[in-house]
Design a protein around this ligand. Structure first.
Ligand code: NAD
Ligand code: WQD
Length: 338
């Protein structure tokens, strides 16, 4: 199979490209490197002995997409490309809607034109808004997103649902990721955020390495066991294998599916701090501050649909996730710029 991976140089993309190459697929990547470095893919080649074909280009450029579809016999598309910072999306809504929504429309047009009819889309647990209950199953209501990033994911899901009704030959899977963390166990590829991280795990990791002084814990008065926010952290390699499973099971059932990718277990901010202290053998300096606007108390998945439909379940523990994050951080204190 030849898989087109949009955004394949990024965090989740690079781990998925690695998994695809390891199982013998051919991979073509399109990435404009707006939030990544091609060093990630060089390292994927070093780890696998195989090279993906890289197009440094924007998915908004339909001519490049057309060239890709005519130069390669693409069987499936995994669509990671997009902007992902919740905070930035509030100050730059147009960029977010353009990259995430228009980018997907351009891609769909070109897939239709080229007769490529299998798509896996990176959605997010953010589409559930403020969860009505946990664990969150795919039956739970979506909507109520509080920022353009989340709304862009919701809009794309709706577009894909409508499109699949008009084009029933298309196989479309929206994978709703919970909180991806961790890195490849080699410590050669991992998450390399620009500037000061917004997300918990990269932030703690930079405190552990001494690049940041102190973690601000956003609230300890939530109705959770220790008062801090609870999330479903999932190892990026488990996510990668979830994409492989989605490719293998694309022909079953209806032409549109939305499936959670999580572990089904929630951990608090304090649990994560403790796991990090254990892995890095260091004290994590933190202080409790006000809640962060837009945060929810708890969010974790019911992951039974992924088990039923994809025969997939996450296998890595929170200790595995934090050990691999720390291994990546300490071997690459400045990410791919190290
Ligand atoms: P990332 O930023 O590391 O990867 C996205 C990649 O897409 C980057 O390499 C970037 O350069 C590229 N890109 C962005 N806009 C592009 C465009 N217009 N044309 C070509 N390339 C473009 O992010 P990630 O964490 O790997 O996330 C991948 C996908 O998963 C995103 O769609 C994101 O919204 C979604 N997602 C991420 C998380 C998370 O917490 N990391 C959670 C849920 C969903
Ligand atoms: C986790 C917990 C914070 C940072 C975000 C997006 C979501 C998805 C994944 C893409 C919460 C607490 C955090 C810090 C803290 N991305 N925290 N101090 O908010 O669950 O999800 O990333 O789709 O859309 O919203 O992840 O890692 O930011 O926060 O106390 O410095 O850690 O309050 O309880 P979140 P996160």
């Amino acid at each position: 199979m030849t898989i087109l991976v949009t955004g394949g140089a990024g965090y989740i993309g690079s781990h998925t490209v690695l998994a695809l190459l390891e199982r013998g697929d051919d991979v073509v990547v399109i990435d404009n490197l707006s939030n990544s470095s091609k060093v990630s893919l060089e390292r994927v080649t070093e780890l696998t002995g195989k090279e993906p074909t890289l197009y440094v280009a924007d998915i908004l450029d339909r001519h490049v997409l057309r060239d890709i579809f005519s130069n390669h016999t693409i069987t499936d598309v995994i669509h990671f490309a997009g902007l992902k910072s919740v905070g930035e999306s509030i100050t730059k809504p147009l960029e977010y809607y353009e990259n995430n929504v228009v980018g997907t429309l351009v891609l769909l047009h070109e897939m239709l034109q080229a007769g490529v009819d299998s798509l896996i889309f990176s959605s997010s647990a953010t589409v559930y808004g403020n969860p009505e209950k946990v664990p969150l199953s795919e039956e739970c209501q979506t909507g109520g997103t509080t920022n353009p990033y989340g709304t862009s994911k919701l809009m794309v899901e709706q577009i894909l649902r409508d499109f699949s009704l008009a084009q029933p030959e298309f196989r479309i899977t929206c994978l709703r990721y919970f909180n991806p963390v961790g890195a490849h166990e080699s410590g050669r590829i991992g998450e390399d955020p620009n500037g000061i991280p917004n997300n918990l795990v990269p932030y703690i990791s930079q405190v552990a390495i001494g690049k940041l002084e102190c973690l601000s814990v956003y609230g300890n008065d939530y109705p959770t066991p220790d008062g801090t926010g609870v999330r479903d952290y999932i190892h990026v390699l488990d996510l990668a294998s979830g994409h492989l499973a989605a490719l293998d099971h694309k022909a079953e059932g209806s032409s549109f599916k939305a499936i959670n990718l999580g572990t089904g277990v929630g951990y608090s901010v304090i649990d994560l701090i403790q796991a990090f202290e254990k892995a890095a053998q260091t004290k994590i300096n933190y202080r409790i501050v006000e809640r962060r606007a837009g945060d929810v108390a708890e969010c974790w998945s019911d992951s039974s649909l992924a088990r039923q439909h994809l025969g997939w379940q996450a296998t890595r523990t929170i200790d595995d996730m934090i050990r691999d994050t720390w291994n990546w951080q300490k071997n690459n204190p400045d990410g791919y710029g190290s």
